[in-house]
Each structure stands twice: as C-alpha cells, then as structure tokens.
Design a binder for this molecule. Structure first.
Ligand SMILES: O=C(O)c1ccc[n+]([C@@H]2O[C@H](COP(=O)([O-])O)[C@@H](O)[C@H]2O)c1
Ligand SMILES: Cc1cc2nc[nH]c2cc1C
Length: 351
C-alpha cells in the first residue's frame, strides 16, 4: 500500500508554462492556426508532461500484462482459456501481431506474467504472478483488496524499471482470455451505464453469447455489490489482475512524468480505474485507436479523451497503442522542425 499511496501523491500537474510556450510556437509555424489538428494538441500535452518543447521520445517500451480469468468457465469468451498461455509463448517467440507492430514502431516489448494459470519458464518473461488467475467473479470477489493493491504495485514497479532502463514513453497492452468481461463490469460499475449498451463480442461471441456475457456480468455485480466510490473495491470485486497491472503502469509512469498510451477496452478499463484512484493521472494518458468493443468509447467519454485512429481493431495485446506510437514522434517533429512564418519569410497578413 505504501508504494501505491506514494505514487498517487507523486502525480503532479503538467508544466503550464511550457504548454503555453508550445501553443505560441505552434501558432507561429507556417500553417494556418490549428491546421495540424490533434497532432498540435499532442505536442502541447507532451510539452506539459516533459517540461520541454521538444521532448525526446526515442526509447519506447510496450508493457504487456498477461493473466487468466476464472470467469472464463461461465462461457463468456469465444476461445478457450489455454489461449492466454499459448499467446504468451507466441509473444516470446516473436510471432504475434504485437511483435510485428512493435518492430514497426520501434518499441521494446516487456511481457509480464501477473496472473497466468500456467507458468512459463523463460528468461524473456517478467515473473510477477500475484496468483494463478483472477477468480470467477460470479462466485466471489475477483481478488482480495490486498491482491488488487499488489497487482497495482507490480505495474508501478514495471513502469519504474522501464524508466530506469531509459523508457521515454510507455504503451500498455494485455492478453487474457475472458478479460473483456471484467473490463465491461468495471465500466458498468463506475458509470452506471446499461450492460446492453457496453458489452460486446470480445474475441467473437455470437448474439446468444453476448446475452450470456451480460447475464454473467450482472450476476457478478449483484453478488459482489462493489462500492463505485471505492475504486479499489471495484477493482477487487469485478476487475482483473492485468487490469490492475496496467492501471499501475499508468500511475507509475505519470508519477515519473512520462506519457502513457492506452490501447483497447481492457487497457481503457485500466485507465478508468487509474483515473478513479487519482484523477490527475489522465493528464499523462494518451488514447490511441478506437476499439470495435462498444464500451471502449464510453470509457473515453468518461475520461474526456478521444481516440484518433479507427481501424476497427479488437485484438488487444496493445496493438492499437503501439500502432499510435509514431504519432507522438511526429507531433514532436512538427513543433521542432517546422519554420515559423518569420523564419520562412512567408506572410501571414492579407495585404
Ligand atoms: O483491445 C480490445 O478492445 C479487445 C477486444 C476484444 C478482445 N481483446 C482480446 O481478446 C481477449 C479477451 O476477449 P474475450 O472475448 O476472451 O473476453 C484478450 O486476450 C484481449 O486481449 C481485446
Ligand atoms: C488468437 C488470439 C490472440 C489474442 N491476442 C490477444 N488476445 C487474443 C485472443 C486470441 C483468441
């Protein structure tokens, strides 16, 4: 708890002066004001986070949290639970979508076992298992409050380690069969939104499967009765170990004044949890793509963020977040490399 509390206390305001300077410079560059749209907003926010007009974002680290879910036994996923371990093997063997995309975006991968049922004996895997799978939340709490805190602290530690090893910017991802179920549950509890407006097909349920998933989530909420004013209670009751781990990464990175990129539904549920623990964290968070899961955009509405890529992706692993990483380099490129009207001798006024 000490690490969590300390981290929450270390999340500070952005550098307003630097953001003001960034905006002034962007307005002086050779383009109609605001014409680079959200890229300009990103440049201003980055200046505020790093306290520099042209932050160095060379070292990109993508952290994947892997965990299993007891609720998979309720038939909420189109795939068997064993896929979680198989996909982690695939990550370690460089064969997954995230490996290809991380290579393309120049990001280093860190894969963390925060709660897989099986153990994988590989030096490439970070072993930080809290327990062998999040519990079946229809039959009790997903985890204890202590386990939720520990899982958050695993994420904080991983963010800290990544930054100590040179990370300038961090993106978040996950794998865990059935984890769109707790993600939707967390969203429903925090917002009170109706389940039929936010629950989607995940890995590919049919209509009947989605109906069952809604019933399962409702059963878990009724059984656990999470207190929406107590974010730790929500996380422990109907969350998941990898959701907690990713929320920890976000909090830890924000405390160290680093930007963090959110991915799809599960990563966004982590962002919402982190926000409920410390609203200031959102200033350090960037959206990336819009997931095809209907709950995803609802989380962004809560966080007042807007995803800027829409490729109808719903894979997870952090694929959307990693895809977006070069956008941040491009935001720095424009504010750093463009000429001002004065430098270029281009006239601003209509004569
Ligand atoms: O990122 C998303 O929005 C997303 C949407 C649907 C599925 N996923 C991935 O698929 C798994 C969870 O889906 P499900 O159907 O098993 O709950 C998990 O491994 C996620 O990484 C991810
Ligand atoms: C094949 C497969 C790959 C995944 N990657 C993240 N979640 C996944 C779920 C499945 C089923």
């Amino acid at each position: 708890m000490k690490i969590l509390e300390k981290t929450l206390n270390e999340i500070n305001e952005l550098d307003q002066k630097m953001m003001g300077e960034a905006q002034i410079r962007l307005d002086q560059l050779t383009k109609p004001q605001g014409s680079l749209g959200k890229l300009e907003e990103i440049a201003v926010k980055l200046a505020g986070i790093y306290g520099e007009l042209f932050p160095e974002l060379q070292n990109k680290v993508h952290i994947i949290m892997a965990g299993d879910h007891g609720v998979a036994a309720e038939g909420v996923s189109a795939y068997p639970q064993s896929v979680t371990t198989q996909m982690v093997h695939n990550f370690l063997a460089n064969g997954a979508a995230i490996n290809a995309l991380a290579e393309g975006s120049g990001a280093k991968l860190k894969i963390v076992d925060i709660g897989m049922i099986e153990d994988i004996d590989s030096e490439l895997l970070v072993k930080a298992k809290i327990k062998a799978g999040t519990e079946n939340m229809t039959k009790g709490a997903a985890m204890t409050r202590e386990e939720a805190i520990k899982a958050l602290e695993v994420g904080i530690e991983q963010a800290k380690k990544a930054v100590e090893e040179g990370a300038d910017i961090i993106s978040t991802g996950e794998v865990g069969i059935a984890n769109t179920t707790p993600s939707s549950a967390v969203l429903a509890v925090f917002t009170g939104l109706e389940l039929n407006k936010i629950v989607g097909k995940g890995t590919g349920l049919n209509e009947e499967g989605v109906k069952n998933k809604i019933d399962v989530i409702q059963k878990a909420i009724d059984y656990n009765k999470p207190d929406k004013e107590d974010a730790l209670d929500v996380l422990a009751s109907v969350g998941g170990l990898e959701i907690a781990g990713m929320a920890g990464v976000m909090l830890g990175a924000a405390a160290m004044k680093k930007a963090v990129v959110i991915d799809g539904l599960i990563s966004a549920a982590a962002a919402l949890t982190a926000y409920k623990l410390c609203p200031g964290v959102v200033k350090y968070l960037f959206p990336s793509h819009r997931s095809a899961e209907p709950g995803h955009i609802k989380i962004y509405e809560e966080l007042n963020l807007e995803p800027f890529i829409d490729l109808q992706m719903r894979l997870g692993e952090g694929t959307g977040a990693v895809l977006a990483l070069p956008f941040f380099d491009q935001a720095v490129n424009i504010i750093r490399d463009m000429a001002t009207f004065e430098e270029a001798g281009v006239s601003k006024e209509n004569e």
